[in-house]
Design a protein around this ligand. Structure first.
Ligand code: ZN
Ligand code: CA
Length: 374
């Protein structure tokens, strides 16, 4: 395909627009214009207002011209830090940052693939059952865009999120749910040298609680972590307050609930043992999903990969994405690999060949979806 320059140029254009989470106005405006120029009907939802971001999710629609299910193609507009002032460097067959920032292939490589496939569909008059585009805000650190998306604007029963670091052909069929666990342990302050027996050491309570927990890799489907602990004012004061924060994840809802309960129990029992008080708060950040091998998105993505001679890999992941939320809203959605590498680091890079392949692969997905039934 001779579109390589067009694809690379658009990628370089997008990564040079600052769009760290919550600051997506500039890129949103550009993408609204690009989608309109490609003939889509474009709307922006209220998600930004709800979460305190600059822009809402951008939803585009192209009415169907043929058979097959409506497909929603999704990529997120935001990046992690350090993501401002990205200076991309094209070197041989790959693109990386100058080394002071991330590159932002996560997830602008996904956006570029979607824009390019819309161009290909238009230029080649390819029939399809309807295409919807969701460019989401604030995916990093909370999936806030997808969680607050106006799902009335999406009619597709099938979706593809272009946001995995696997090679094109990688299809993520399972992803975990995640709980956040936060606890404040209140002991009693006392002078450490004069009357320590009047105190209740909240740090000791927290330490005991954490020592009783299972953390790390729990089993092949489940992980947990205590990631933050803070408290204490001075070495000569028995500390009266400690905050602990952690998480539990599992591909199995039941196991995640069990793991979270075990961690909460450890905190409450430790508080009881020492006469302290624990306020424990848990929140499920996102649900898990598990797509069957014969579900529409997996069948379509696998057949499209085969048609292009790509190895198709069905994989599980340990991380959440917009697809977790889409699936919970009844849109059967797979995450697909786009070849981005070392994401969330200043060494992030992507091969230009993968930028091209991503668009070809999406093009094939649209063609396969046309013929699929059931
Ligand atoms: Zn991403
Ligand atoms: Ca990411």
């Amino acid at each position: 395909m001779n579109n390589i320059n067009r694809i690379v140029d658009e990628f370089l254009e997008l990564v040079q627009i600052d769009s760290v989470s919550g600051k997506e106005r500039q890129i949103a405006d550009l993408l609204i214009k690009k989608l309109k120029d490609l003939g889509l009907e474009v709307k922006e939802d209220e998600a930004g207002k709800k979460v305190g971001g600059e822009a809402g999710n951008i939803i585009g629609r192209l009415p169907g011209t043929g058979a097959g299910p409506v497909l929603v193609l999704c990529a997120h507009m935001d990046t992690v830090q350090p993501g401002c002032g990205v200076q991309p460097v094209v070197e041989d067959s790959l693109i990386h940052s100058s080394g002071n920032t991330i590159l932002g292939a996560d997830d602008k490589a996904g956006i570029v693939a979607i824009l390019e496939v819309l161009r290909l569909v238009r230029q080649n008059n390819i029939e399809h059952g309807g295409l919807e585009v969701a460019f989401t805000i604030w995916e990093e650190g909370g999936l806030f865009g997808a969680k607050n998306l106006d799902y009335n604007l999406i009619s597709a029963p099938v979706g593809f999120v272009l946001d995995s670091n696997g090679q094109p052909g990688t299809i993520v069929t399972r992803a975990p749910s995640q709980d956040h666990i936060g606890a404040v342990i209140r002991g009693r302050a006392a002078h450490a040298g004069i009357n320590p027996e009047d105190g209740i050491n909240a740090i000791q309570v927290a330490a005991y609680a954490i020592a009783q927990m299972k953390v790390g890799r729990i089993d092949h489907e489940t992980t947990s972590n205590i990631g933050i602990i803070s408290g204490g004012k001075a070495v000569n004061i028995v500390p009266d307050s400690v905050t602990i924060e952690g998480e539990a994840r599992s591909l199995s809802t039941e196991k995640r609930l069990l793991q979270t309960a075990q961690m909460c129990y450890a905190i409450e029992e430790a508080a009881k043992k020492y006469g302290a008080v624990a306020d424990v708060l848990t929140e499920t950040l996102y649900p898990d999903y598990d797509l069957a091998v014969d579900s529409l998105p997996v069948r379509i993505a696998a057949e499209a990969a085969r048609n292009l001679g790509l190895e198709s890999h069905l994989v599980e992941t340990g991380g959440g994405s917009d697809a977790n939320i889409f699936n919970s809203k009844g849109i059967a959605t797979a995450v697909i690999g786009i070849g981005m590498k070392k994401v969330h680091t200043t060494e992030e890079y992507i091969k230009t060949a993968d930028l091209v392949m991503n668009a070809r692969y999406l093009f094939e997905i649209i063609k396969v979806a046309q013929k699929i039934t059931g």
